[in-house]
Design a protein around this ligand. Structure first.
Ligand code: AMP
Ligand code: MG
Length: 333
């Protein structure tokens, strides 16, 4: 018999809201090197094409501004720009960088939007390479990183390129993309939707049967015996950062694509994944990465101090042990 799933429901929702009518429409596509999926409630005569265009258009805007993989993006152009130049950031880029700075500061630099050169040095950037970087290359990359080098004109949006600073917003931009798609759907008068980009999710409103959007929290492959956790995404987002998705192995060691900017090395504590539940998907995304860098002890302690709902899966022998923050436990019932 499979174990009974555990259920997380935000306290604010009624157990069974009234049925609304309408039907579920499914949309899917590709963006940011991954796939997206949207489920929404509308009448059966919904004109699908304008909705699909609104979704894809929102994600295209995020890529055009913040992709490290698209050499023509605003971010890629900033990264290549000569020292001493100032760059007026477009709206989304500016909003994401402001949030990234806040998370960098509050996480003591565990999250760092300026880790681009380090990400590249370890081969997780747009230029593929495998193996350990040479000490000189690593030292050079470390010298270029540092969120305190971010210098935005007071009251403006013009960001200074101090020389060699390489932004990487991959740990937060997907979550922002989810939020932006959700806002565009709201603006189209679509009040009930579930938006997913590359595993990061946001749910708004309810399904035609009055139930919220239920999602199962992702479990890493090797947790086959683990109990599933179901989450009611009613005005909530969920994001996961984990080394079971992207890593390389060298001489028996597993190297994560998440870098600890404080020493320039891939994280190597025993965390398999960190899941954060937050109203904003952008914050859920950034904090799941930040806590992943901090590790099982410091990550959990900071989640508790900041009231973040977080679940950490820690490698323990062949299996995984779960650690939950107080705010995560408060969602359980
Ligand atoms: P995520 O899957 O959301 O945890 O994002 C991981 C991606 O964020 C990596 O592939 C890098 O591009 C970037 N990254 C790696 N380490 C950091 C860090 N310490 N702070 C911010 N971004 C990072
Ligand atoms: Mg993230």
């Amino acid at each position: 018999m499979s174990p009974v799933p555990r259920v997380l429901v935000p306290a604010a929702i009624a157990p069974t809201p009234p049925a609304l009518g309408g039907c579920i429409h499914d949309f899917a596509g590709a963006s940011m090197g991954t796939t997206w999926r949207v489920r929404l409630v509308a009448g059966s005569t919904l004109r699908r094409e304008p909705v699909r265009q609104a979704i894809q258009g929102a994600l295209d805007e995020v890529v055009a501004q913040m992709s490290t993989w698209d050499a023509a993006s605003d971010l890629a152009r900033y990264n290549r720009a000569p020292a001493g130049t100032r760059h007026v950031l477009p709206e989304h880029f500016d909003a994401v960088l402001a949030c990234a700075r806040e998370v960098a500061e509050r996480s003591g630099g565990a999250f760092d939007p300026t880790a681009g050169a380090l990400v590249d040095a370890w081969g997780f950037g747009p230029v593929p390479r495998r193996g350990i970087p040479a000490p000189t290359a690593l030292a050079e990359a470390r010298g270029r990183a540092g969120w305190r080098r971010l210098d935005i004109e007071p009251g403006g949006r013009a960001l200074l390129q101090p020389g060699g600073l390489a932004l990487d917003l991959s740990a937060i931009a997907k979550g922002f993309g989810v939020d932006l798609v959700a806002r565009r759907l709201d603006a189209l008068g679509i009040a009930d939707h579930l938006v997913e980009v590359g595993g990061e999710l946001r749910g708004t409103g309810v399904k035609p049967d009055g139930q919220p959007w239920w999602v199962a929290l992702e479990q890493p492959d090797d947790d086959a015996g683990g109990r599933q956790t179901l989450l009611a995404l009613h005005g909530l987002s969920v994001a996961t950062s984990g080394d079971y998705r992207r890593w390389f192995e060298h001489a028996g060691t597993r190297y994560s694509h998440t870098i600890d900017p404080r020493d320039g090395l891939p994280i190597r504590h025993g965390l398999a994944s960190v899941t954060v539940i937050h109203a904003d998907c952008m914050r859920a995304d950034a904090w799941s990465t930040a806590l992943n860098v901090l590790g099982p002890d410091a990550g959990l302690a900071l989640a508790n101090r900041l009231g973040l709902a977080a679940r950490l899966l820690v490698r323990a022998g062949d299996g995984l042990a779960e650690r939950r923050s107080l705010a995560f436990d408060a969602l359980l019932r």
